[in-house]
Design a protein around this ligand. Structure first.
Ligand code: GLY
Length: 334
């Protein structure tokens, strides 16, 4: 048992040497963080709601809708098609009460994130996929719209179809691209970001998250990645924190990536260290394979502290709070 003398001795050694939890009372809120540099306008959209004391669930939906509208090469109807030339969309959303909704393989609907929210709010289910998801969307007033491949996505698909080599790559930065915040590119120079994931905390201290993507470029028709899977592409635990991911979804699914990150935070790791631990799990499972692909995790805890970690160089994320509005470069393992 520790007596008073021993306790005082410890004190003179400096308590910093003991791994005590931090008792900082400063909570940074509201705040929104999102994957990639394309998260800057997404955060701005979410901020309109957060700064007016709105709810984090409304903020993350608004942010995701913004990028779905923007004919981005990797999200929404302008996204990269699958190998049959069809754009299929994945999305999910989760609030502070662990309510959640998701769609997988949704075609010809502009706002998969809002369909996911509708599933969350009006059905007893979490996820609808393919034709069933589209039918649900149409029945709920979402209009059917043809995909409008962005110029980047069209060029990348044309280039890919010349060889039709089934070797998807995600997010690995082209060595020719030296800018600190420049996006990763395919070998032909077209942008190769994939997923928009965002997490927000509102003035009430409630956390929510949203993810939206057209998934891995030139995937097999029907393939669904991590993005719409709760616990893989997104996880929110309002007592602890929230996390999202970007990169090769199969690797994230194998380790229940974002759930793993949140569990590490539950055990006292900072958001950045929690993301690092999850990345290590992927890399340790198969280091050779991990060296050929990219996964990045992004997380926030209940204090509004945030952090990210990726397998490789190239992952960046965007942060908006009362204190900052900027792009950060993620640390990486390899
Ligand atoms: N992370 C996106 C995907 O694998 O589909």
């Amino acid at each position: 048992m520790m007596n008073r003398k021993k306790f005082l001795q410890l004190g003179s050694m400096g308590l910093a040497s003991i791994n005590l939890p931090s008792f900082s009372t400063t909570i940074q809120k509201p705040i929104v963080i999102s994957t990639w540099d394309s998260g800057m306008p997404v955060n701005a959209e979410a901020w309109k709601i957060l700064s007016a004391n709105g709810k984090s669930i409304d903020a993350v939906e608004a942010g995701a809708m913004y990028i779905e509208d923007s004919l981005n090469c990797c999200v929404g109807l302008g996204g990269h098609p699958d190998r049959d030339g069809i754009v299929t969309l994945d999305a999910c959303i989760m609030d502070e009460k662990a309510n959640c909704g998701a769609v997988g393989g949704l075609e010809q609907i502009k706002h998969p994130i809002s369909v996911a929210r509708k599933i969350m709010e009006t059905t007893p289910h979490v996820m609808l996929v393919g034709q069933g998801a589209q039918q649900f969307a149409l029945e709920n007033g979402f209009p059917k719209e043809p995909a409008k491949l962005s110029e980047d996505a069209t060029n990348a698909y044309k280039k890919w179809i010349e060889k039709s080599k089934y070797q998807p790559e995600i997010n690995i930065e082209n060595k020719k691209n030296n800018g600190p915040f420049a996006p990763p590119f395919f070998e032909d120079g077209s942008p190769n970001h994939d997923t928009m994931g965002l997490v927000a905390m509102d003035t009430n201290g409630d956390l929510s998250g949203a993810v939206t993507t057209s998934g891995m470029a030139f995937k097999i028709h029907g393939r669904v990645g991590d993005s719409p899977i709760i616990g893989a592409g997104l996880f929110v635990d309002n007592e602890i924190g929230a996390a999202t991911s970007s990169g090769v979804g199969e690797e994230v699914i194998r380790i229940c990536g974002t759930h793993t990150v949140v569990e590490y935070m539950r055990h006292g790791y900072s958001p950045e260290k929690a993301c690092k631990k999850a990345v290590e799990r992927i890399v340790n499972r198969d280091p050779k394979k991990a060296a050929t692909l990219q996964v990045g995790f992004l997380a926030m805890n209940k204090k509004g502290e945030y952090g990210a970690y990726a397998i490789q160089k190239g992952f960046v994320f965007s942060v908006k709070s009362n204190n900052e509005n900027k792009i950060h470069t993620s640390k990486y393992l390899i």
